[in-house]
Design a protein around this ligand. Structure first.
Ligand SMILES: *Cc1c(COP(=O)(O)O)cnc(C)c1O
Length: 350
């Protein structure tokens, strides 16, 4: 028995991508970021649906993820690898026709020697200090690199989810200074950058999280539902406690339901005594600690024994759960458990 059922609305996913494609504007190509197994939803299904919706360029973090996406899509769509050309990845990159976004002079050398003449892109660091060539390095190799014909030059915004943050304009200016006149397609924006406006769009946008239904795209349609079967219910008398550490003691009689998921399924332990599960529009507070495989919730007020309780539902999306757990929707999505049964709805023809 699976520890929960993850329902993935592939039509909502496609609509979110199309909405971000429209927001990217005419003449701008909208790619799709499908790293981390499609933000936890199944990289192959997600990639096929987005390819059908019109995406032609996909982005992953690592070459292995690129292999999964290539197998799902077949030849044709471009698959770019953010981590670039890592030692040991040459055969995979070559055989599966992946496009490494080269991040350093070392990677440039490895690519030119290992796969001469094969497609590559360039990643520049414009201030985030995480990945990519720095301005001085870029200035030193720029002419040689441009002569070799990169297919894309990109950088990444650190603060795009805060439209007023001064780093956005600083990074935009740095990106322009480093790339103006290059005559190569350019990409700067993930979901947050798409919403910063046309100055940030360049030739290719790369939304991820907005496609999967969360912030920083406030208009995103929810894509994921998550529901846990109730294993057992019991009455807890005043003064009795619940769960590890006895962190909740009932002030009065309570009816408590135990459901089948826990932190091993990505249910953040920070939801202990704070989060809520839902039954048909009614919240049921989590009582006591989230265990590895179990959660206990208050169903006293339901007056019925529900077959299942929901974590993700119309009343409570990933960002609401993330808020309660003190994290971001991205982390909730990418820690969704492998023990869940996955039910895909929509996505006809994929
Ligand atoms: C993850 C990632 C994206 C997508 O970001 P979202 O905020 O999910 O849209 C785009 N570009 C790079 C370099 C990334 O690492």
């Amino acid at each position: 028995m699976a520890t929960g059922t993850l329902t993935i609305d592939l039509d909502a996913l496609a609509r979110n991508w199309k909405a971000l494609d429209r927001a990217s504007g005419a003449g701008v190509e909208t790619g799709a970021v499908v790293k981390a197994d499609g933000y936890g939803l199944g990289g192959d299904r997600v990639a096929r649906v987005l390819a059908q919706a019109g995406a032609r360029r996909f982005f992953v973090a690592a070459a292995e993820e690129g292999a999964q996406i290539r197998n799902a899509l077949g030849p044709g769509p471009q698959i770019c690898v953010f981590s670039g050309h890592m030692a040991g990845d040459t055969d995979m990159i070559g055989d599966l026709d992946l496009v490494p976004m080269l991040n350093s002079v070392d990677q440039l050398t490895r690519h030119m020697e290992g796969l001469p003449g094969r497609a590559f892109g360039i990643q520049l660091d414009t201030g985030m200090n995480r990945l990519g060539l720095e301005p001085a390095e870029w200035a030193a190799v720029r002419d040689i690199v441009l002569a070799a014909g990169p297919v894309l030059i990109m950088s990444h915004l650190a603060c795009a989810d805060e439209p007023g943050h001064p780093a956005n304009l600083q990074q935009l200016t740095a990106f322009r200074e480093m790339t103006d006149g290059c005559a190569v397609p350019r990409s700067l924006s993930a979901t947050g950058g798409v919403l910063l406006g046309p100055n940030y769009h360049f030739d290719v946008t790369r939304p991820g999280m907005g496609v999967y239904g969360g912030l920083p795209f406030p208009e995103a349609e929810p894509v994921v539902g998550l529901s846990f079967p109730v294993i057992q219910t019991r009455e807890v008398q005043p003064g009795e406690s619940i769960g590890y550490g006895y962190t909740f003691t009932a002030p009065e009689r309570r009816v408590v339901a135990t459901v089948t998921a826990g932190y091993a399924d990505g249910m953040h332990r920070a939801l202990s005594n704070r989060g809520q599960l839902w039954f048909e529009g009614t919240p049921c507070p989590i009582l006591g600690r989230v265990s590895m495989d179990l959660i206990t919730a208050d169903i006293t007020h339901l007056g019925t024994v529900p077959p299942a309780l929901d974590l993700l539902c119309p009343e409570q999306g990933v960002d609401a759960v993330a808020d309660t757990a003190g994290t971001i929707g991205y982390e909730i999505m990418t820690s969704l458990g492998r023990r869940y049964a996955r039910r895909y709805v929509g996505g006809a023809g994929t």
